[in-house]
Design a protein. Structure first.
Length: 337
């Protein structure tokens, strides 16, 4: 069902893909060190910090994935009217986006920062500094006007929802309508809170927890459970295509009366941070490069496996994916209902 030569051809075409990102921007900050004792002040570990670093996260990590695939890219988001917002803009400008970078600065909130304290490979604590309340009606209008101006030259848009205030019901639903009217492919990385607002998108990529909670059903315990949840989602949200990521069980793609199950590639997992960003980025870029949905799933599954074997918010390059294609592909299982 999937031809390796065609997958390699799609990989070669990925840099021709033009993908826009609409979503929540933030910084992912890491404070790393070692723990050798417990604090005498409280029963907590003492982290002896040895290094600090930070990288663009959230929707900015989707953009970083596009950059490392060498796609043409653009982004629209909000930041605080603060030094961290300016730094995020400067970081994006280094990536050569040019006039396809639109950051709306808001005085009523800080730029979101997620700080993770790491003892070697183990996360001890995460601290979020943010204000995640919904943007007001005036800002919604500004965002939608900027979105409509921006996406005409793109093949696809990724809606990257981290529930940090940008993606209100109005912004989501009207952005999907604008994109569909311009024949721009719409891919959504969803939040449970907004689940039913994504109706009419071309593909959604929830994990099993998001899929089950979003539709109000128990967590799936079997392929049959996952398929039943997928049928409900596709029916209620009028989705032609649905991809559910299933952690160690791989992925499943649903369309019409057919389910295609893809097991994950066995590898050691170091950090799942940002893996969902990589999956939706590679999937969408592959579709924009002419891939079918099952081919896009295979490539995104490979890319997701690459990033979970890395520490921190990571990406996968075309060369890394190409290298993995040299190995046997997991066998697809097709179930018709």
């Amino acid at each position: 069902m999937v031809d390796k030569k065609h997958l390699e051809e799609i990989l070669r075409k990925l840099p021709q893909s033009r993908v826009f990102v609409l979503g929540d921007l933030m910084w992912d900050e890491y404070i790393r060190g070692d723990v050798s004792r417990i604090s005498p002040e409280a029963p907590v570990p003492v982290l002896l910090g040895t290094s600090e670093d930070r990288t663009p996260g959230g929707a900015a990590n989707v953009l970083k994935n596009l950059r490392d695939l060498k796609c043409t890219m653009g982004i629209l988001g909000i930041v605080g009217a603060d030094a961290n917002g300016i730094a995020l803009q400067h970081e994006r400008e280094k990536w050569g986006i040019g006039d396809q970078l639109t950051l709306i600065r808001l005085a009523d909130r800080p730029t979101t920062i997620k700080t993770r304290f790491m003892a070697r490979n183990q996360q001890l604590l995460r601290v979020d500094r943010e204000k995640a309340s919904a943007i007001d009606e005036k800002t919604e209008t500004e965002v939608l006007k900027a979105f409509e101006r921006s996406i005409g030259g793109f093949d696809a848009v990724i809606i990257s929802d981290y529930d940090k205030g940008l993606l209100t019901r109005r912004v989501i639903t009207e952005a999907i309508k604008i994109a569909r009217a311009k024949k721009v492919f719409v891919a959504v990385d969803p939040q449970v809170k907004h689940f039913r607002d994504y109706a009419g998108s071309d593909i959604m990529t929830p994990n099993e927890k998001e899929a089950s909670e979003g539709i109000g059903k128990p967590f799936p315990q079997s392929d049959e459970d996952a398929a039943a949840i997928a049928d409900m989602i596709r029916g209620e949200l009028k989705l032609e295509n649905l991809l559910i990521t299933r952690s160690q069980r791989g992925m499943a793609y649903f369309k019409d009366k057919q389910a295609v199950y893809l097991p994950t590639v066995a590898r050691e997992v170091f950090d799942v941070t940002g893996a969902g960003d990589t999956v939706i980025t590679v999937y969408t870029a592959a579709i924009a490069a002419g891939a079918g949905h099952v081919e896009a799933m295979v490539l995104s599954n490979i890319a997701g496996g690459i990033v979970v074997a890395k520490l921190g918010t990571a990406t996968a390059t075309v060369a890394e994916i190409q290298n993995e294609l040299g190995r046997p592909l997991p066998e697809l299982r097709i179930v018709n209902s």
